[in-house]
Design a protein around this ligand. Structure first.
Ligand code: NI
Length: 170
């Protein structure tokens, strides 16, 4: 396994729309394993392939407290179960140190393929449902800051650019 570099906002590559995975082969499984290692190392609860500059529809997640429930979502699709939305504080490995409340559907039904290419269905609510919607957005090139006011988004962008310049100069 290998840890992969994570793209950070406002990197334009995060805006790429990912393509469907046609076959879940060893290359995809290697990507899944590398993404899980990268996510756990960064103490995240979800990571989309877009964030590691691979523009295929692959997501990994683990919302458990002890990294015991890895979830692999290949070609995920979801539909809301009901109209109810709730705001929850969200962060993102591509926008480190920033959190903001984003309203998402409370309950969703997920359809995806697992690491072996087997289809599965899952009804999710709360944090897991929130995470599914956040990661799905990544595959569409959408970031949680897109839900904020332009003013807030600009402020975060400027701070991120400053951070990147500091990292470059260091
Ligand atoms: Ni994210």
């Amino acid at each position: 396994m290998a840890k992969l570099p994570i793209l950070e906002f406002p990197d334009a590559r995060l805006r790429t729309k990912a393509v469907l995975v046609e076959t879940v082969d060893d290359e995809v499984r290697q990507l899944v394993d590398d993404m899980l290692e990268t996510m756990y190392d960064a103490r995240g609860i979800g990571l989309a392939a877009t964030q590691v500059d691979v523009h295929r529809r692959v997501v990994v997640m683990d919302v458990s407290d002890d990294n015991s429930q890895p979830l692999v979502l290949i070609n995920p699709r979801y539909e809301p179960m009901g109209d109810e939305k709730e705001p929850l504080s969200e962060g993102c490995l591509s926008i480190p140190e920033y959190y903001a409340e984003v309203p998402r559907y409370l309950k969703v039904k997920l359809n995806a393929l697992d690491r072996n290419g087997e289809p599965y269905e899952l009804e999710a609510e709360g944090l897991l449902a929130h995470c599914i919607q956040h990661e799905y957005d990544h595959l569409e090139g959408v970031l949680f800051v897109d839900y904020l006011s332009p003013l807030k988004r600009d402020r975060i962008m400027k701070k991120m650019q400053k951070r990147h310049k500091l990292m470059q100069d260091a």
